[in-house]
Design a protein around this ligand. Structure first.
Ligand code: GTR
Length: 423
């Protein structure tokens, strides 16, 4: 550009900028409306103690979410005697910083058999280590490569290991395809029952993926290098919805990390957030994620009898870490904040605090003093090393590395193919 033209262009741009109104503070998000009462049982009884929560309210909420949203798992899927596992490969990895174990999990269902694998990088340590289990919903070759030829910020396994935690991952597609066309004809579903047996409340993909996380946990519990009492289940987006359901249905997970989980995850429905995903949109685009019953609530977000703060409450008194991103409006950030806030009374029954703040933290900051960690990342819908750092900080803050039980000695890696106890 010639200097004269450049100067003219600059002057025009400056004039334009001068005409623009001063940047306005975004309007505060709307308040939730008509939110179902967390601490009132369906009988009308008020829930005032942890005992009443555990014997009455939590079980009824769990069955409500199963029947109306994620689907009920058939008894044959829950039958632990049908699952076995074997460490099929074990070797030193990450330049000697970790032991890598590849575990093959076998489920022998009434109608067929499913095999899938999980990869674990376990830091070398004189003590058992806490762990993060990622439900990976992205391309496994690029994101959870067991050989580490491909590395991704979605699962920074080296960094997780360097912080003293085992990094474990499996691919959701190995359990049930994330494919609306295949629906329930592949993966674990046909191993359990015939498609003709499906009902309006039958389990769907999110429930199947969460089931996969629990089967990996079956192995983790027996693994001598890992502290099974300190295992977090983590997931992003559809994986975040899955991590929440895994934590609600399986209390062995001591922490749930819900990353940008949005609608059907941590987003409250009883709030008007027009830029975010609705139940109508999600059930039309992803009919294979939820049970058929969930479609009943299309357009009924503000009147439906349950909501996602009650799902968050099912994690109490354990740890829950929720992350949103500034540009991820589709996930309804304000709805995620309110769901966490409204879940607080469940932790209070145990003399604990849920969120330790009255307002969402500024982008780049995290609130982690309570049992619910909440952070806002600058940027788009994603799971990044920044998010992982916050999850690891939260576990550190709650003493996960200090709470390990001492192990006598670090066992040398076993030969490949050697079977584990649970086969
Ligand atoms: C979107 C979907 C969201 C979210 C996301 C993802 O298309 O609308 O609910 O789950 O996919 O999983 O990345």
């Amino acid at each position: 550009m010639k200097p004269l033209i450049a100067a003219a262009a600059f002057a025009a741009a400056a004039a334009c900028a001068a005409q623009k109104p001063a940047a306005q503070k975004p309007a505060p998000p709307p308040a939730p409306e008509n939110v179902p009462e967390l601490m009132t049982a369906s009988s009308g009884a008020k829930i005032e103690t942890a005992a009443a929560w555990e014997s009455v309210r939590a079980p009824e909420l769990l069955s409500l979410f199963a029947r109306e949203e994620y689907g009920v798992r058939p008894a044959a899927a829950e039958d632990r005697s049908r699952t076995g596992f074997a460490v099929v490969d074990e070797r030193e990895a990450m330049g000697g910083a970790a032991v890598r174990k590849i575990v093959e999990i076998t489920y022998k269902g009434p109608c067929g058999e499913l095999k899938f694998r999980a990869t674990a990088f376990i830091p070398k340590s004189p003590r058992k280590v806490p762990a993060f289990l990622l439900i990976c919903n992205r391309d496994p070759k690029e994101n959870i490569d067991p050989d580490r030829a491909a590395k991704s910020g979605f699962w920074p396994a080296e960094e997780i290991v360097a912080r003293g935690y085992a990094a474990i991952a499996f691919w959701n597609g190995d359990i049930a395809p994330d494919d609306r066309k295949a629906r329930f004809s592949k993966g674990v579903f046909p191993c359990v029952e015939a498609a003709s047996a499906r009902k309006a409340d039958s389990w769907a993909a999110i429930s199947a993926w969460a089931w996969g996380a629990s089967r990996v946990m079956d192995w983790i519990e027996t693994e001598p290098l890992i502290d099974g009492a300190h295992v977090a289940v983590a997931g992003h987006s559809r994986g975040g919805k899955t991590a929440l359901w895994a934590g609600a249905t399986d209390r062995r997970f001591a922490m749930v990390c819900s990353n940008n989980s949005g609608c059907g995850g941590m987003k409250l429905n009883h709030i008007r957030l027009p830029r975010s995903e609705s139940i109508a949109k999600i059930t039309r685009s992803f009919p294979h994620w939820f049970c058929r019953n969930f479609s009943k609530y299309r357009g009924k977000e503000r009147t439906m009898p349950f909501d996602q703060h009650e799902l968050a409450a099912l994690i109490a008194p354990r740890l829950l870490a929720v992350a949103v991103a500034t540009e991820d409006h589709w996930s309804g950030q304000a709805g995620q904040w309110h769901a966490c806030r409204l879940a607080g009374p469940a932790w209070e029954l145990y003399g604990k605090k849920g969120l330790a703040a009255d307002e969402p933290p500024a982008p780049g900051a995290a609130r982690q003093e309570g049992c619910i960690s909440y952070h806002v990342r600058q940027g788009v819908h994603d799971l990044t090393p920044y998010d992982w750092e916050r999850y690891l900080d939260f576990a550190d803050l709650h003493g996960w590395r200090g709470k390990q039980t001492t192990r006598k000695r670090l066992e040398p890696p076993r030969a490949a193919g050697r079977k584990n106890k649970g086969d």
